[in-house]
Design a protein around this ligand. Structure first.
Ligand code: ATR
Length: 441
């Protein structure tokens, strides 16, 4: 269940579970509060830190009452006697860190004798968010909230693992804690039980989790979006994913190469490329694959077979490697241009490629960098980035009259490849249609 915190009576959504944040209310008018409480159709939670107000508010018999963990035991004991219908939630907040002694904190709170307990801590890193989630899971029905962007996914997981409610807002501007999600954001995720996720950096603008969840709804899965930029977080995250029943991951920059050393098994094709964009968890082991190159080349070969054609790749990162390798497999001649020449030189040596200083005439030009380039001939021009749709590279290609392939087309193909790894029983065409429809709705 979602619970909506409000800081003024004018925000009251009567059809939802509501938390009245009296600690943040500007105006305290008991008559108006009583009237508002009467209109609520779902359970209500009162949060208050002022003792006199607590007693007055308890007379309105909210379903739940949140008290700070510093409350004195005799005061709470009396409240429990005077207001037996109210369930008392004892809460601890830490806006700086996830302390190491969480068990000790909980033990002290339990000593007060509440009905439910809530521990909410700001999680600066992914490791903190994981620790918070695992702590909460160990003590059900504890509300363990990892505040901050790094903890967003634990709020969604919490809903799936039986937390009585989780806090949400109706709009972005009403958020009262960092990392809180809106109702709309929660609704992206269905009630599936099999866990998948996208991991990588710069995920804020990405929408692929929306498309995946539309497809996953019918397949019993949930697809999370987990920001993970620091490669040092990979090992603890993979351990967490294995322990918590994850089935698959999509991996994006800057992790496609870093992740290899943390895998239990790597598919020979991905090993040759030296980059992984897909993980399958099977019998407690993480298996790495790469579907990027095939995704890109399938999109290109809808227009032109690459065998014997001149392909120029811009950039020399993980995506470039996958595309180059697949293009070579399909018989293309590949040239490479990259800002950092040494990086390109390594690939050129490995696969016998031509290294360029500027773009020569070619049949197919593929951009794997975030910038555009200067060139003057007509060719098929492919962008691998899907956000935004019209990149400066695409604009330049269109101005030259080039047929263009947008990043979303490669994305769809590489995602189809991922589903074939995660759920090999699915029909390829059906998955392609489902992913295409998910983008259209
Ligand atoms: P991915 O794994 O998606 O390919 P990446 O490893 O970050 O991502 O690679 C991005 C590519 O874009 C790299 O080749 C990078 O060039 P360098 O090897 O010189 O770092 C290239 N790139 C990134 N920003 C660029 C810029 N401003 N101008 C030119 N090339 C850029």
């Amino acid at each position: 269940m979602l619970c909506f915190p409000i800081v003024s009576l004018s925000q009251l959504p009567i059809d939802e579970m509501v938390e009245f944040r009296f600690d943040l209310f500007q105006e305290f008018d008991l008559n108006k509060i009583q009237e508002a409480r009467r209109h609520c159709k779902k359970p209500v939670l009162f949060t208050c830190r002022n003792k006199e107000q607590i007693i007055e508010l308890a007379k309105l018999e909210p379903d739940y009452f949140d008290l700070d963990h510093t409350i004195e035991k005799p005061f709470l004991d009396q409240l429990k006697i005077d207001f037996p219908k109210v369930k008392w939630v004892i809460s601890y907040h830490n806006h700086h860190e996830v302390p190491l002694h969480l068990d000790e904190i909980l033990l002290k709170m339990q000593h007060l004798g509440g009905d439910l307990y809530k521990v909410a801590c700001l999680s600066p890193g992914l490791k903190d968010a994981i620790r918070m989630y695992e702590f909460a899971k160990k003590h059900p029905p504890l509300f363990g909230i990892a505040m901050g962007e790094k903890g967003e996914f634990t709020r969604i997981l919490g809903l799936h693992s039986g937390t009585p409610w989780t806090f949400a807002t109706l709009s972005e501007s009403e958020k009262t804690a960092p990392g809180q999600l809106t109702k709309e954001e929660y609704e992206i995720y269905g009630s599936g039980k099999t866990l998948f996720a996208l991991i990588g950096g710069s995920l804020k603008k990405r929408k692929s989790h929306i498309y995946h969840n539309r497809v996953m709804r019918g397949l019993g899965g949930v697809y999370l979006k987990i920001p993970l930029e620091d490669p040092d977080e990979l090992k603890p995250f993979l351990e967490f994913a294995k322990k918590n029943g994850f089935k698959g991951l999509s991996v994006t920059d800057p992790l496609k190469e870093h992740i290899i050393e943390h895998l239990d098994h790597i598919d020979p094709y991905a090993k040759e490329i030296g980059a992984v964009n897909t993980i399958l968890f099977k019998e407690g082991k993480a298996h790495g694959y790469n579907t990027d190159g095939k995704g890109a080349l399938d999109a290109i070969e809808k227009r032109m077979f690459v065998k014997g054609k001149k392909v120029t790749v811009l950039g020399a990162g993980g995506a470039a490697k996958s595309i180059i390798y697949e293009a070579l497999q399909r018989g293309a001649t590949v040239s490479l241009l990259n800002r950092t020449r040494e990086k390109a030189l390594k690939l050129a040596d490995k696969w016998n490629l031509t290294l360029l200083d500027e773009i020569d005439p070619c049949d197919i030009l593929i951009n794997t960098t975030p910038v555009s380039f200067e060139w003057n001939h007509r060719c098929i021009a492919m962008e691998i980035s899907s956000v935004p749709k019209e990149t400066p590279f695409i604009e330049k290609a269109l101005s030259l009259g080039c047929p263009v392939i947008y990043g979303m087309e490669m994305w769809t193909n590489q995602a189809v490849g991922q589903y074939q790894i995660w759920m090999p029983f699915l029909d390829r065409t059906e998955i392609f249609t489902a992913l295409s429809n998910a983008q259209a709705t």
